[in-house]
Design a protein around this ligand. Structure first.
Ligand SMILES: [Zn+2]
Length: 59
C-alpha cells in the first residue's frame, strides 16, 4: 500500500517524487528545479524554499 506524500514546494499530493533532507518534493517540482527554462522568479521561489529546508535541518 502506498500513500501519497505532500510536496513541500507546491503542496500537492503526488506518488512520484523524491525526499530531500526529510522533505518530499514531487516529480514536477524536481523537474522544474532542474530545468533552466523556468522563470527567474520561479527559481528564486524554489531557492528560498530549499534554503529554508537547509535551515530547518541545520538548527
Ligand atoms: Zn511539487
Amino acid at each position: 500500500m502506498q500513500t501519497n506524500k505532500k510536496c513541500y514546494i507546491c503542496n500537492k499530493e503526488s506518488e512520484k517524487g523524491i525526499d530531500i533532507l526529510g522533505s518530499y518534493i514531487c516529480r514536477n517540482c524536481e523537474q522544474e528545479m532542474i530545468n533552466d527554462e523556468g522563470s527567474e522568479l520561479k527559481m528564486e521561489y524554489y531557492k528560498s524554499k530549499v534554503k529554508s529546508l537547509w535551515k530547518n535541518n541545520l538548527s
